[in-house]
Design a protein around this ligand. Structure first.
Ligand code: 1HA
Length: 271
């Protein structure tokens, strides 16, 4: 199955710039860009496409319009034990999406106007950087609607804002302004709504000027701290990728295919 082939998209828009930015927009403004299983499936495909396309170097995730980035799981799609799509199977697929976003060896920037609440708040949280408009509103709603995210939505949130604040966010379910979110370290910068896209692209282009390998490794290193074995495997995977490109790594493969003993002696390194 070609991963680079994108299916027809109904819930998201996927656009690209010539200089390597992929923009993914959740397009369900009538429900404040709440995600349903179809939305998540499309985001998964778009992320796989971005991952496997070398000319794409960075992703911007956003929501259609100015009222909401994302209001979390579409409550009308919520069934017994999860969110139910066309196949009738209840799933919590957004948890897989978080991991895909963390694993992407490219920077993901959340561009937030309006509400980023519930599962929508966690989506921005999992992004590497967040650029917020002055009208942005942040918060968790789970305990109000009978839900919670005990994964990145709680432990990673607590790493960012501290334990007391994270408990406040979840236990009280308050809404926080963009400025309050910036003061907590939840967002990187706050700009007037009309400057949101220009500022986000400015941040993106500053990242694009940097070494892609350095960026991928530093992202993996920062994830490793919180992602346990999965994080270490992501970080080590970057090392393996570079090792495969070395003469020493290539000698191992060549020797195996030529059915001879590998000659690693020339590669012994001085310490
Ligand atoms: O916690 C999880 C998970 C945990 C573990 C694993 C997976 C998880 C997956 C998902 C989630 C969650 O996301 S739980 C949290 C679900 N989200 C919410 O509780 C937010 C619900 N929405 C609101 O609080 C408000 O709508 C809002 C603050 C975002 C906006 O308020 P506003 O501007 O006053 O607009 P409002 O009139 O409330 O909404 C506009 C329309 O959008 C309404 O529909 P209408 O009356 O026009 O027909 C409203 O029902 C709809 N809407 C908004 N949010 C959602 C929604 N419809 C379905 N689901 C929504 N999330």
């Amino acid at each position: 199955i070609p991963l680079r082939a994108l299916p027809a998209l109904t819930d998201i828009r996927y656009e690209r710039t010539a200089d390597g930015i992929a923009k993914m927009t959740i397009c369900r403004p009538s429900v404040r860009n709440a995600f349903r299983p179809q939305t998540l499936r499309e985001l998964e495909h778009a992320l796989m496409h971005a991952r496997d396309t070398p000319s794409i170097r960075l992703v911007i995730l956003t929501g259609e319009g100015t009222l909401a980035f994302c209001s979390g799981g579409d409550q009308s799609a919520r069934g017994h034990g999860g969110y139910v799509g066309h196949d009738g199977i209840p799933r919590l697929a957004v948890l897989d999406l978080h991991i895909m976003m963390r694993r992407l060896p490219k920077v993901v920037i959340a561009m937030v106007a309006g509400y980023a609440v519930g599962g929508g708040h966690i989506l921005h949280l999992v992004c590497d950087l967040t650029v917020a408009a002055e009208n942005a509103v942040f918060g968790q709603t789970g305990p109000k609607v009978g839900s919670f995210d005990g994964g990145y939505g709680s432990s990673y949130l607590a790493r960012i804002v501290g334990q007391k604040k994270a408990r406040e966010i979840w236990f009280l379910c308050r809404q926080y302004s963009a400025e309050e979110a910036r003061a907590m370290g939840l967002v990187n910068t706050v700009v007037p709504l009309e400057e949101l896209e220009v500022e986000t692209v400015k941040w993106a282009r500053q990242v694009l000027e940097k070494s892609p390998t350095a960026i991928a490794c530093i992202k993996a290193a920062m994830n490793a701290d919180g992602d346990g074995h999965a994080g270490l495997s992501q970080l080590a995977g970057e090392a393996t990728r570079m090792f495969y490109q070395s003469e020493e790594g290539k000698e191992g493969k060549k020797a195996f295919l030529e059915k001879r003993k590998p000659q690693f002696v020339p590669y012994v390194q001085e310490t």
